[in-house]
Design a protein around this ligand. Structure first.
Ligand code: NAD
Length: 334
């Protein structure tokens, strides 16, 4: 039904129905690591809900799924960790036109032309790592953004995450834990042989493998990680840009994705997206889009966040047809 011609009562009824579906799917995805619908179905209903809420702001409630990050960590058996600085989601766009609109809106707050850091959107789950005097002392999942699960012992099983940084500094870094495509195929084949349920995709497999009470299970799962953020990066790491932050993380011995570029114009950004889309199947890990971040960290503070997403970054998501091709490719190539 056309939103413009709806009555408030009709809008409320549709919003309630969408909330019910989306909350159930979010629970299956974030808490059980077992989605029952494709991401594209979730995204379509989510976008419809956002459009309805934009047209009827009086119907937006604090418990709406559009106001919440991820799932409830409190439901899992792992110990809980409070995130003093919340771990947020990302706003998303599904076309270059929508991306250009976002660029224009972001630019409005500044007199000088902005530059951006373009990065791969790793298809895994968000992680926060606390280092004290260079030593890894805590690792946690995003959970609902404010309360995550303590996965310190599990993260210690991931070879590429250093237990000791190259310098004795104290910093909280954030990024993504993922399961490489080949490890995902091997794991599902093994589970099939064992008569166990298979994981829907590498993202759910990574989440299910990290959030384990028995760390021996995590150890067998060949997880990997990329880090791309740090809390209060300017003070703790002495960097002023997102691109500089990634370099500094690598210097410290943390895995930072080398495939990133500083871009300024719409044409630069479109070229980066085209190049990375064309070669994504060759990567050893899955990506579900490209993240565009304002490069200046001072501007991140100026732009701030909504309750759910930073205003200084946006995810350009790949169309769902391509996601299907990738899943088939994995099966063919291994
Ligand atoms: P998201 O995964 O769309 O994007 C935000 C996340 O991207 C961040 O939290 C971070 O973990 C990650 N990320 C990866 N690379 C990054 C980089 N370079 N820089 C910054 N962040 C990076 O958001 P979300 O809130 O975690 O999940 C929403 C999405 O999950 C939906 O769009 C949908 O596709 C999927 N989902 C599917 C179902 C389902 O039932 N199929 C249910 C719930 C959610």
């Amino acid at each position: 039904q056309d939103i413009a011609t709806m009555t408030v009562i009709e809008a409320k009824a549709e919003i309630d129905a969408l909330q019910q579906d989306l909350k159930q799917w979010a629970q299956e995805y974030y808490e059980n690591d077992a989605p029952s619908v494709e991401d594209a179905v979730y995204d379509r209903e989510y976008n419809r809900l956002e459009a309805l809420e934009a047209a009827y702001p009086e119907l937006v409630t604090p418990d709406s799924i559009t106001q919440q990050v991820g799932g409830k960590a409190t439901k899992s058996d792992l110990p809980k960790v409070v995130h003093d600085i919340p771990m947020l989601s990302l706003g998303d766009v599904f076309s270059l036109d929508e991306l250009y609109d976002w660029l224009a809106t972001t630019q409005k707050s500044f007199n000088t032309p902005l530059s951006y850091n373009a990065e791969l959107k790793i298809d895994g789950l968000a992680i926060s790592l606390v280092y004290e005097n260079g030593e890894l002392i805590q690792a946690s999942t995003r959970g609902d953004g404010s309360i995550g699960e303590d996965v310190t012992a599990n993260v210690r099983q991931i070879k590429r995450i250093p237990k000791q940084l190259n310098e004795p500094i104290s910093v909280e870094v954030r990024g993504e834990v993922y399961m490489p495509k080949a490890a995902f195929v091997t794991l599902n084949e093994q589970r099939e042989r064992d008569g166990l349920s298979t994981f829907a995709n590498p993202r759910n497999a990574a989440a299910g493998s990290l959030r384990q009470l028995d760390v021996k299970v995590t150890k067998q799962r060949q997880l990997d990680a990329f880090l791309y953020a740090a809390v209060d990066a300017e003070n703790t790491l002495g960097v002023t840009t997102q691109a500089g932050l990634l370099q500094r993380l690598a210097e410290l011995g943390l895995p930072a994705n080398p495939t990133n570029a500083v871009v300024a114009s719409e044409a630069d950004i479109a070229a980066y997206i085209n190049d990375e889309t064309a070669t994504r199947d060759e990567l050893a890990y899955g990506i579900d889009g490209i993240v565009i971040k304002v490069n200046s960290l001072a501007y991140h503070e100026e732009l701030g966040n909504t309750v759910k997403v930073p205003r200084w970054a946006i995810a350009y998501k790949f169309p769902p047809e391509e996601a299907h091709t990738v899943v088939r490719d994995i099966e063919w190539t291994v």
